[in-house]
Write a protein that binds this ligand. Structure first.
Ligand code: HEM
Length: 641
């Protein structure tokens, strides 16, 4: 068995491309969280992914650090306003957030004093944080004690932190990242007491689940919009025209989403006119998977080891390129490799959060992360727009080649069809392809990357998949999508991969579009809500030994059938009306890539080499670069198709 390095009792910062500290992530979600480990047990709840934002999932009590950090987000707009107003005597600062009174009629600006201090501190420290690098920081007792003092002192200061208060607190702290830990722990500390912030004052503190699974569905269906208007960096995605990252809701969003779904359907699950494959998706994936088999073996032969991820990314990107642009790239193509890299950088920034999201006035200061993020989006848009322009110049309405063509056709027909009454600009229509392309490769490639890591880590599980493939499909033909339903163990393995890795720990940030009450909790309008998928997938009330990797949990007692009800408990594609529209395609791709690779190849890790599978935080979580993979062909000669 390989040694798996695990981090605990650590805080990890999430670096942006410019190494700016933009958020906080607590160790590995899979092995006990540092915040939990670093605190008295039970003090903050047991299940925490530890990212900024609201976490709403069973077991996520309001005393959970996620929720405390949510309050940085939710209250800081108000609190910063309050700090500023006291200084300048002005009243108006930010839009309506502060005007919604809570149930007890309180308005914004009445939050706990400690939060004022924290917000002031964060503002003060921003320049320092710019220079910080990803450094794991041990949070020792001393730092905790200091954090406690910060919280207390904040309350004593009476609401406004002066620079002398801050400099007092800064004494003895040498690293900026230590300081942010201090600030965040302090905030958690402050909220961990019975003073939970004016907005949530009436909410009982305890380990009680905040929202149950079916309620989340209800919440998703009823009130969830997107927080694009608040999360500043979302404005720069697709020139503010993104489907996934824009605040559009209602008819415009619905019409665009329908367009996306119908275009996806037409160019993936529609029959293939030119091959014996059951559909276009099967044709594209089979071709790419077959290419991967050859490529993996060739790289192994030449270098004796391989880092799988780049190859997986390019192959999966090629599938979505085929669907969106009718185009395939070579694995060495520099343009595509740059776009694939952009995807990674995008995930780091978009997933990491940003101080400007917590403290909007920071947007007026020079901001390298934001500039880098704008650049990422500019390059990505330029790549897609060039292809779109080529499509315009060769467009033939009698021969619709791919999703881009079908969207152009929709523009030219002036939005005819089901949503004809909704006026969409050409830009809003065409930019749908950015979303589909952007969302369609990193997610699937990350799922495949985790799958191959798990089979390499658990040889017995890999053996069972191999046996099932040999027994059911044999070696003479390649897997097909129609084999789904005949390979219960393999499908159980995929479900367990989704559950255990929970590589998309949170959904895209949403906000409540109106105040709502859910499960006895009052959630005000404009509250940022994240669905904490990781937590749902690791809830001890839902799963026996959630940290164990065991595909069998998804099989019937006899072990011969998939337990579908159990499978439906896994949360990977979000919930409600903003649920992922690429779910079917994503699941099918993963099944076909994986079965094609595993039918022919055996994956292992170089013996004696430590492998670190601690997830790195981002929009999708990945393990660190691993070059210890070993691949061999399972049977000596490639069987004929
Ligand atoms: C393993 C594969 C995938 C996973 C785990 C995944 C997961 C997700 C999640 C969690 C969301 C956010 C849902 C929410 O905020 O409530 C999402 C949104 C989205 N996904 Fe996926 N996804 C995958 C593959 C795909 C593919 C292949 C496509 C397109 C070809 C796609 C297109 C989208 C789009 C357009 C949205 C935004 C939807 C909206 O805002 O209305 N996804 N996905």
């Amino acid at each position: 068995m390989k040694q798996i390095k695990q981090k605990s009792r650590q805080f990890l910062f999430i670096p942006s491309p410019h190494q700016r500290v933009v958020g906080l992530c607590t160790g590995s979600p899979g092995n006990g969280h540092s915040l939990k480990a670093a605190r008295a047990p039970g003090e903050f709840g047991q299940h925490c992914q530890g990212c900024w934002g609201v976490c709403a999932g069973p077991g996520a009590g309001l005393d959970d650090p996620c929720v405390s950090q949510l309050r940085i987000f939710h209250d800081s707009t108000i609190l910063y306003d309050s700090v500023r107003r006291r200084r300048t005597g002005e009243r108006q600062w930010l839009p309506e957030h502060k005007h919604l009174p809570d149930r007890e009629g309180r308005r914004a600006g009445e939050g706990p004093a400690s939060s004022h201090l924290i917000v002031a501190l964060v503002v003060l420290l921003d320049p320092l944080l710019q220079e910080a690098e990803e450094v794991p920081v041990e949070v020792d007792e001393e730092l905790h004690a200091a954090a406690g003092q910060v919280a207390e002192q904040g309350d004593e200061v009476g609401g406004v932190a002066s620079s002398s208060d801050s400099s007092e607190l800064l004494r003895g702290i040498h690293q900026p990242e230590q300081l942010l830990v201090l600030v965040l722990v302090a905030l958690a500390e402050a909220h961990g007491t019975d003073d939970v912030g004016h907005r949530h004052h009436h909410v009982p503190v305890g380990l009680k689940p905040l929202v149950l699974l079916h309620d989340l569905q209800e919440l998703g269906d009823q009130v969830l919009g997107l927080l694009g208007d608040v999360l500043l960096h979302f404005h720069y995605i697709s020139n503010g025209q993104s489907l996934a990252f824009s605040p559009d809701s209602g008819e415009v969003w619905r019409a665009r989403r329908r367009l996306a779904q119908s275009a996806l359907k037409s160019f993936s699950i529609a029959p293939s006119p030119t091959s014996s494959c059951s559909c276009l998706l099967e044709e594209h994936v089979s071709k790419e998977a077959e290419y991967l088999v050859t490529k993996f073996l060739q790289v192994m032969e030449e270098h004796k080891s391989i880092d799988l991820n780049q190859y997986l990314l390019v192959s999966v990107a090629n599938v979505i390129c085929a669907i969106c642009f009718g185009k395939r790239y070579e694995h060495e193509d520099q343009e595509l490799l740059r776009v694939v890299d952009l995807g990674k950088e995008f995930g780091e920034v978009a997933g990491g959060g940003h101080p400007t999201d917590f403290i909007p006035p920071l947007r007026y200061l020079p901001n390298r992360t934001l500039e880098a993020f704008k650049d990422i989006n500019r390059c990505f848009n330029a790549f897609v727009q060039k292809i779109v322009q080529d499509h315009y110049s060769t467009f033939d309405k009698g021969h619709i080649r791919d999703i881009t063509d079908s969207l152009i056709q929709h523009c030219q027909e002036n939005g005819a069809g089901e949503d004809a009454h909704v006026k969409l600009s050409d830009e809003k229509i065409i930019n749908i392809v950015n979303d589909l392309f952007g969302a369609g490769f990193d997610t699937v490639a990350t799922a495949l990357s985790w799958s191959l890591m798990y089979v390499a880590l658990y040889p017995d599980i890999q053996k069972k998949i191999h046996e099932e493939l040999d027994r059911t499909i044999g070696r003479e033909r390649r897997p097909r999508l129609s084999d789904r339903g005949t390979l219960p163990y393999t499908e159980a393995f995929i479900l367990e991969m989704f559950r255990h890795s929970s590589f998309l720990p949170f959904t895209i940030p949403h906000s409540t579009t109106k105040a709502t009450a859910l499960n006895g909790y009052y959630i005000p309008k404009d509250t940022c809500v994240f669905i904490n998928q990781w937590q749902v997938n690791h809830d001890e009330a839902l799963w026996k030994e959630p940290s164990a990797f065991r595909p069998e949990r998804f099989l019937s007692a006899s072990g011969t059938e998939l337990n579908r009800a159990e499978g439906e408990k896994v949360l990977a594609f979000g919930l409600g009306r903003r649920r992922c529209p690429g779910e079917t395609i994503g699941r099918w791709e993963i099944f076909l890539f994986l079965t094609t690779l595993l039918q022919q190849l055996h994956f292992s890790l170089r013996p004696g080499e430590p492998v670190d599978i601690t997830p790195q935080y981002g929009l999708t979580m990945k393990y660190k670069k691993c070059e210890a993979f070993q691949i061999r062909q399972r049977f000596p000669e490639k069987s004929s198709l």
